[in-house]
Ligand binder design. Structure first.
Ligand code: NOJ
Length: 561
């Protein structure tokens, strides 16, 4: 079924690093308003905002202390309403990040909850007595914080509370109907104001396993050069999660013309179908971690295998997402491409893959100009919880500090959190003050202003891709069929819709490749094959150049070979 959110091109804004208009070094809502025409000119039509609610900011806003107010560092509620209105005026939509798994420990609910065992908010969170003088179970927190446990002891009532992330982010108790009511009311409040949907944080972790049993894989430090690993499966996809999401759908989502995309770690395509199958009425699509957040670098063959599996989700009446970076991943051109010798070619090849694969496409701020990973010299420059926590556990377990840092650099979430590079002026035009985080020193070469003025720039290539998507339903609704599945370097596939087939050929790597004979024959013999887009000025049909990407159009009836 056709839906606006299937056709959408979603631009993700990490407000804190986007555009600062008051010189305090932190991006703000006014800064987004100022850049709306830029986002529109890029061709995006939905904006996803990372959390902008009140927050002590231990996890860049994912620790919310008040769901119904804007953090003053970003602006006011009036400015938010102005932003929403300006977005709608331009025919665009806005989705908010919705964090339902945990709050900040500074949220009023938690402040109340810890006061006494019979406080009305006690059961908003998950409290347990200790076991044999120790934590209630052996779970580790995902941020490698403190001694690693997912439990924190609280003196006032002599019990522990669960925190899968930071101890400043206690997990909520979704078995409590009152918590559910509070959350439903809060979500409806935003939707009634006019927001168009939610990106739901850690949505498959809301329901905890009955009895909170020990993990069979406890975090036993230290193991190997990477320190210890925390088992993240214990709270993922637990019995009851589908009933809960269906209930949220019935009580909230289905009453609005909205979209819901869930963030779901520990989910593959077989598990995902139950979250997104239309008839189950849960959520619309999920972000899986199989490509962008895979700790192992995904190769061309693996990439194809993953895409084939996720295509089945579409065939079975579900929907999927396409993204290679977000605020939790490295920069895609550094991770999957070549951010020095072939920056333009590899950034545009990766973009071609994303925009021509089935699914809703997400662009993370700065990706459209080929922003790269940052190479900070020491841990003091790093900010985000995971990198810092993991570094500390590694150093504590005897790993050399530089070795620990180097092993964490590629995947650090700070790579994508450096400020947006608007021009070649001081701090890349992000702020007139001192930026909360260092700007990537390459801002003089990589910035929006320069890309706008360069004909063959990553930015202008993105604009072509987005305008193609707006004009060609094949990119959204076309079928998907791979060729050369086992070729170790090429990614080749066809999309077909009504009378048209698109043939996409991408070289995932930086070496020259001979065009497979059959493909070359097909390209040469069918005079009606039309080249729609390529990231090279010339294309010679017998070789495929480093990171080359081509889209050919074949009208049915013209098909041969
Ligand atoms: C996923 C978010 O994307 C990430 O940034 C955050 O740290 C965790 N969930 C906890 O909310």
């Amino acid at each position: 079924m056709k839906q606006w959110w299937k056709e959408a091109i979603i631009y993700q804004i990490y407000t804190k690093s986007f555009n600062d208009t008051n010189g305090d070094g932190i991006g703000d809502l006014r800064g987004i308003i100022e850049k709306l025409d830029y986002i529109k000119s890029l061709g995006a039509d939905v904006i996803w905002l990372n959390p902008i609610y009140c927050s002590p900011d231990v996890d860049n806003g994912y620790d919310i202390s008040d769901y119904q107010n804007i953090d003053p560092r970003y602006g006011t509620m009036d400015e938010f309403k102005e932003l929403l209105n300006e977005i709608h005026q331009r025919g665009m939509r806005l989705i908010m990040d919705m964090v339902l798994n945990h709050t900040s420990d500074e949220h009023l609910w938690f402040q109340e909850s810890k006061k006494s065992k019979n406080n009305p908010y006690r059961n908003y969170y998950i409290w347990r007595p200790g076991k044999d003088g120790k934590e209630p179970n052996n779970w580790g927190n995902y941020f490698y914080e403190g001694k690693g446990s997912a439990w924190e002891y609280d003196n006032t009532t002599g019990e522990y509370y669960l925190h899968n992330y930071s101890k400043k982010m206690p997990d909520l108790n979704w078995d409590n109907p009152e918590l559910k009511n509070s959350m439903c009311n809060m979500m409806r409040w935003w939707l009634d104001m006019g927001v168009d949907g939610f990106r739901m944080d850690a949505i498959n972790r809301l329901v905890k396993p009955k009895g909170l049993p020990d993990s069979p894989n406890p975090p036993t430090p230290p193991v190997g050069v990477y320190g210890y690993v925390v088992d993240r499966t214990m709270c993922a996809n637990q019995p009851g999660i589908h009933e809960l999401l269906h209930e949220l759908n019935q009580r909230v989502f289905q009453h609005y013309n909205m979209m819901v995309v869930g963030e779901t770690g520990n989910v593959d395509s077989a598990i995902a179908i139950d979250y997104v199958k239309e008839e189950r009425q849960e959520i619309n699509m999920v972000f899986h971690f199989e490509i962008a957040k895979n700790p192992i670098l995904v190769d061309a063959v693996k990439f194809k295998e993953i895409q084939r599996r996720w295509w089945h989700v579409v065939e079975e009446h579900g929907w999927i997402t396409q993204y290679l970076s977000n605020h939790d991943t490295p920069r895609q051109v550094s991770r999957f491409g070549n951010d020095t010798e072939y920056l333009y070619e590899s950034a545009t090849m990766l973009a071609t893959l994303m925009h021509t694969h089935p699914g809703t496409v997400y662009i993370y701020q700065g990706e459209e100009i080929g922003m790269t990973n940052v190479n900070f010299p020491s841990i003091e420059y790093y900010n985000e919880k995971y990198t810092v926590g993991k570094y500390e556990t590694m150093v504590e377990s005897g790993i050399e500090p530089m070795q620990a840092l180097n092993s964490l650099k590629m995947m650090s979430r700070d790579n994508v959190r450096t400020p947006m590079q608007w021009n070649n002026k001081v701090h890349g035009g992000f702020t007139t003050g001192t930026p909360w985080m260092h700007v990537n020193p390459n801002y003089k070469e990589i910035n929006v202003e320069k890309e706008e003025q360069t004909q063959h720039s990553v930015l202008n290539y993105y604009k072509i891709l987005t305008s193609l998507r707006k004009k060609n339903p094949i990119m959204v609704y076309g079928s998907y069929h791979q060729l050369y599945e086992s070729d170790p370097e090429l990614i080749v596939y066809e999309r077909t819709y009504e009378e048209v087939t698109w043939l996409v050929i991408c070289n995932f790597y930086g070496n020259k490749h001979k065009m497979p004979d059959k493909l070359e024959k097909r390209l040469r013999e069918n005079s009606k094959i039309r080249l729609l887009l390529s990231n090279y000025y010339s294309n010679d049909k017998s070789t495929i150049k480093p990171y080359e990407a081509c889209i050919y159009e074949i009208k049915i009836g013209d098909m041969k070979g």
